[in-house]
Design a protein around this ligand. Structure first.
Ligand SMILES: [Fe+2]
Length: 175
């Protein structure tokens, strides 16, 4: 070292591809829940990845935020927004997940969690215990939520109804 200031010289793409991050991250997180061998840096900038209809529901659009790839499939982090007015909702189902939260970025959604109806408004955060029976049955036109779950690949299965479902709210202009 000659004592001069060291300036950043790499691109974000080079940092993201750096296998050394995965190595030291594995060592630094050893023994902690969720520790794994794959830990890449990831920066998904606003507007660089599109919303796409390649998620679980065809009435929603999904924007991947790069975390699944960066963590080697340990953690999914994506944005989910309304694409069509609610008709039949998700149906009763449950997920085989170790961790699952929803944070409502805009608008609102109504879920049944078991036999309890929950209005999830902008700024609300819901933690769903693994295996809980639920049904997303209503949502606003501007609904968008951040969903984080682990692992990325998981089983979703239909379950028996816990109770009747209220009618969804028509969107403005909807017949
Ligand atoms: Fe679900």
């Amino acid at each position: 070292m000659d004592g001069s200031t060291q300036h950043a010289s790499r691109t974000i793409e080079e940092l993201e591809a750096d296998g050394a991050i995965s190595d030291f991250s594995a060592a630094y997180s050893a023994g902690l829940p969720g520790a794994g061998a794959v830990n890449f840096f990831s920066h998904v900038a606003h507007g660089t990845t599109p919303y796409a209809d390649r998620g679980l529901r065809d009435f929603f659009l999904y924007r991947d935020l790069g975390v699944a790839k960066a963590t080697g499939g340990r953690i999914l982090c994506h944005l989910v927004k309304a694409n069509m007015a609610p008709e039949h909702g998700t149906g009763w189902h449950r997920h085989q997940l170790g961790f699952h939260i929803v944070y409502m970025v805009s608008g609102w959604a109504k879920f049944m969690y078991s036999d309890v109806s929950v209005h999830v408004g902008t700024g609300d955060c819901v933690y769903m215990p693994p295996g809980i029976s639920h049904y997303l049955y209503d949502y606003s036109e501007d609904m968008e939520f951040l969903e984080i779950e682990s692992p990325v690949e998981s089983l979703t299965e239909d379950v028996s109804p816990c109770c009747d479902i209220p009618q969804p709210t028509p969107w403005p202009g909807q017949k």
